[in-house]
Design a protein around this ligand. Structure first.
Ligand code: HEC
Length: 174
């Protein structure tokens, strides 16, 4: 009996070690993107605010337009990058790096109210400036958009849906 147990264990051993090795490295990769975030927290009342807008296609696309250049004096791309990874063209000159919005492990712990407060007021001592000219609604739209960078792929809102709807289905011969 003992030899049987031993042989079962031995035959399962490669599987167990594979799980151990790859399970761990998958976890490490997921957390690798977490930045050393020393950003001041928003005052409590602001911190606990939640996005009043629904993440509809319209809101997300409006946020995308502001993110990609609609916001004044410029959008978020030069610093946060077109894919939200915090690697815009100017990022390498900065001591404190722009936030990586694609990092799910980090973004899931930053509440909407905190994002709102930093976009409105900036982050002192860093290049993150304040966007005072944006209306509240526009900031929430941007937040709906930047959240899209970190949601798992299958939950992403389909930003191409509108343009696809415009494509008429060809009529099939009867
Ligand atoms: C000139 C460069 C620059 C521009 C432009 C810029 N950011 Fe940032 N942003 C930064 C930097 C640097 C940080 C990191 C600040 C820190 O760690 O405190 C940051 C951090 C943030 C954060 C993180 C807040 C937190 O609590 O972690 C948010 C949200 C953000 N930016 C949103 C935006 C949005 C939205 C825009 C465009 C409307 C924008 N930023 C434009 C440089 C920029």
């Amino acid at each position: 009996m003992d030899t049987m147990k031993r042989s079962i264990f031995l035959s399962a051993l490669p599987m167990i070690s594979l799980l151990f090795l790859f399970g761990r490295s998958a976890l490490a990769v997921e957390n690798d993107c977490i930045q050393n975030r020393a950003t001041a927290p928003a005052p409590y009342d602001e911190y606990i605010r939640t996005n009043p807008l629904k993440p509809t296609l319209e809101n997300i696309l409006a946020g995308k337009q502001l993110y990609q250049g609609g916001a004044k004096p410029f959008g978020c791309v030069p610093c946060h990058g077109i894919l939200g990874k915090g690697k815009g063209s100017t990022a390498r000159f900065m001591k404190v790096k722009p936030r990586d919005f694609s990092c799910q492990a980090m973004m899931k712990d930053i509440p909407d109210g905190q994002l709102f407060w930093v976009i409105r007021n900036g982050s002192q001592g860093t290049e993150m400036m304040s966007f005072k000219t944006l209306k509240d609604e526009q900031i929430w739209q941007i937040i709906s958009y930047i959240k899209q960078f970190s949601v798992p792929h299958h939950q992403k809102i389909d930003l191409f849906a509108i343009s696809r709807k415009e494509v008429k289905k060809p009529k099939l011969p009867k």
